[in-house]
Design a protein around this ligand. Sequence first.
Ligand code: FAD
Length: 202
Amino acid sequence: MSKPQTLEFDVLIVGGGVSGLSCAITLLSAKEHYEFVREKRIGVVDEGNSDLLKAYLKNVPGIKEQEGEELLKSLREQLKRFGGCPLIKDKVVKVEERFKVFTEGGKVLSSEYLVLATGFHRFEINIRGVEVLENPNSPRPGKVMLKNENFKVKDKLFVCGTLSGAPSMVSIASGTGVWVALQILREWSGKSLVIHDVKGSV
Ligand SMILES: Cc1cc2nc3c(=O)[nH]c(=O)nc-3n(C[C@H](O)[C@H](O)[C@H](O)COP(=O)(O)OP(=O)(O)OC[C@H]3O[C@@H](n4cnc5c(N)ncnc54)[C@H](O)[C@@H]3O)c2cc1C
């Protein structure tokens, strides 16, 4: 039997809910602004079970009242508009060091950076060097987070969304994904960056 082909990324985001897609969209938007990002390969692998699918949203600042599913669709469309970022439907089951990612469907993905954005319900990925803690910001007991400092778990491994310990609110989860993207951009460039489009220039 032939060995599965390894897909290679510079940043692989595990979890395509609010925070994971926010992280990916920010990195993709940076490609239009910074030469050093242009060739970077960004990917998302997602099991397809975001909490947004259960939510009805009235209080997300600036977003019209809608089902969470509609927002998820908008985020996926925004990802697609930027382009060049596969959204792989699969479940990650194991990660080996620096970083080789194995999925339930038999895919093997490799990436320089890994971002874990799998939500706070459970953490079942077999990966060394992460510490799973009780999530103190969850409204219900039994939810988890990964020990992190400023969203960094260890070298080139980040966490965002509710799995980072953020309270379960869309804007906060989204913001943590953006924050992780900016941290990765800072590691690549050696300086703090923001990605701003200016009125009249797009
Ligand atoms: C019923 C309900 C109502 C809500 N109402 C509101 C509201 O009114 N206002 C508000 O601001 N917030 C609301 N929220 C909260 C909001 O939906 C969450 O805060 C937000 O979705 C968290 O984003 P996240 O990226 O951390 O996780 P999620 O959006 O849940 O995304 C995690 C993703 O990771 C995937 N995943 C998990 N494990 C793996 C794996 N091993 N491999 C690959 N993929 C994996 C999951 O399938 C999922 O797609 C509500 C939530 C619920 C449940």
